[in-house]
Design a protein around this ligand. Structure first.
Ligand code: GLN
Length: 315
C-alpha cells in the first residue's frame, strides 16, 4: 500500500541537512580498515525515495561512500531468493547483543551465527551465494542485483577498499575459519572472504542507497505498482531483521529512537525503511562507539519525529 508523502518533506529534509552541517560532535571515522580512515568526517547526506516516485535529497547526496555492512541486506535478499529457508540452517534470526565482529557466541552456538547482519552471519550468507557460483560470478551477481534494485548501472566496487580490508581483516578470517570447522561455511574461507570484502566495498551515494532500498518499503517491489524484486513476505521478514538486528548492539536504541527498520555500515551509511512511505539513505562517516553513524542516526531520529513515520504507529 502506498501512502502519500508528508507535503513538507522537502523542507524537513533540507532543514535536517542544515542542522547536521552545523553539528560539531560528529563521531569517529572507522580506521580499522585503513582505506576508510581518510574519509572526511564533515560530510553528510540524506535522500528519501517516496512512494510517488520522488527522490528528495539534501547535503552530500551524490558522493559515493563505502556501504560496508549495509550490503548485508542485499546479500540476504539475494540468498533468500536463491536458497529460500535453507539459509536459516546456517544463520539465526536473533539479535546478538554483541559487537558486529564478535566471535564469542559462535563457539557456544556451534558455529551458527545469531543473525545475517553481524559479520559472521553475513559471511555465512555469502558462502550460501558462493555455493552456486564461482567467486567472480557471485560478486557479479550481487552487484547486478544491487544495480537492478537501484535502477542504476553506475554502482561499482571500490577495489582499494576491498584490498585494504583483505590486508587487515584478520578477525573476519578467524570467523570464517571457525565457521568452516563447524561446516556452517562450506566453501574455502579465503574465497568466501574475497567475495565478502568486495561486496562490503561497494560504493554508493545516499541517492543510490535510497533507490536500492525501495523494495523493502513497497512490499518487495521497486515502486508501489512497479516491478517485483522479492516477495512481499520476504520484504517484511528482512525489515523485521533490520529492526531487531540492523544496528548490532545498538539495535534496541535505534528502534526506540527512530522506530523504523534500519541497517548501518562502518562507512557511516544507514538504510532505513518507512513501510508504504519511503526508503531512506543517510550517510555521515563519523561513528559512535558501537560502530553506527552518529549523525545519520541522529538525522533519522529527527526525520521520523518530524514526519511522524514509525512502524509502531497506526498512521
Ligand atoms: N566489512 C566490514 C567488516 O567486516 C563491515 C562491518 C560493518 O560495516 N559493521 O568488518
Amino acid at each position: 500500500m502506498a501512502i502519500p508523502p508528508a507535503p513538507d518533506l522537502p523542507r524537513i529534509v533540507t532543514e535536517i541537512a542544515a542542522e547536521m552541517a552545523a553539528e560539531t560532535d560528529r563521531g569517529v571515522v572507522a580506521d580499522y580498515i585503513p582505506q576508510l580512515a581518510g574519509v572526511r568526517p564533515d560530510q553528510f547526506g540524506l535522500a528519501v525515495a517516496t512512494a510517488d516516485g520522488q527522490l528528495i535529497a539534501a547535503g552530500d547526496t551524490g558522493v559515493p561512500f563505502s556501504i560496508q555492512s549495509v550490503s548485508k541486506v542485499f546479500t540476504l535478499a539475494l540468498a533468500l531468493g536463491r536458497h529460500g529457508n535453507a539459509v536459516w540452517e546456517r544463520v539465526g534470526r536473533e539479535p546478538s547483543g554483541d559487537p558486529f565482529n564478535s566471535i564469542v557466541q559462535l563457539e557456544h552456538e556451534r558455529g551458527r551465527p545469531r543473525n545475517p547482519f553481524i559479520n559472521a552471519g553475513a559471511i555465512a550468507v555469502t558462502d550460501a551465494i558462493l555455493s552456486q557460483y564461482a567467486p567472480k560470478e557471485a560478486l557479479g551477481e550481487i552487484l547486478r542485483f544491487i544495480r537492478f534494485l537501484a535502477g542504476d548501472d553506475d554502482i561499482a566496487i571500490d577495489p582499494a577498499v576491498a584490498r585494504s580490508e583483505k590486508q587487515t581483516g584478520f578477525r573476519n578470517v578467524a570467523l570464517a575459519n571457525f565457521m568452516r570447522s563447524y561446516g556452517i561455511v562450506t566453501g574455502q574461507p579465503d574465497k568466501v572472504l574475497g567475495v565478502y570484502f568486495h561486496h562490503c566495498a561497494i560504493a554508493m551515494s545516499v541517492r543510490q542507497l535510497a533507490m536500492a532500498g525501495r523494495f523493502l518499503a513497497f512490499d518487495g517491489r521497486l515502486a508501489p505498482d512497479g516491478r517485483r524484486a522479492v516477495s512481499a513476505r520476504m520484504a517484511r521478514q528482512i525489515n523485521a531483521l533490520m529492526l531487531t538486528c540492523g544496528h548490532y548492539d545498538g539495535s534496541g536504541d535505534f528502534a526506540f529512537r527512530v522506530g523504523l527498520p534500519g541497517k548501518s555500515g562502518v562507512g557511516g551509511g544507514i538504510l532505513a525503511v518507512a513501510p508504504g512511505r519511503a526508503s531512506i539513505g543517510c550517510w555521515s562517516p563519523g561513528l559512535n562507539t558501537i560502530g553506527n553513524s552518529q549523525l545519520a542516526s541522529r538525522a533519522l531520529e529527527r526525520l521520523a519525529r518530524r514526519t511522524g513515520w514509525s512502524v509502531f504507529a497506526a498512521r
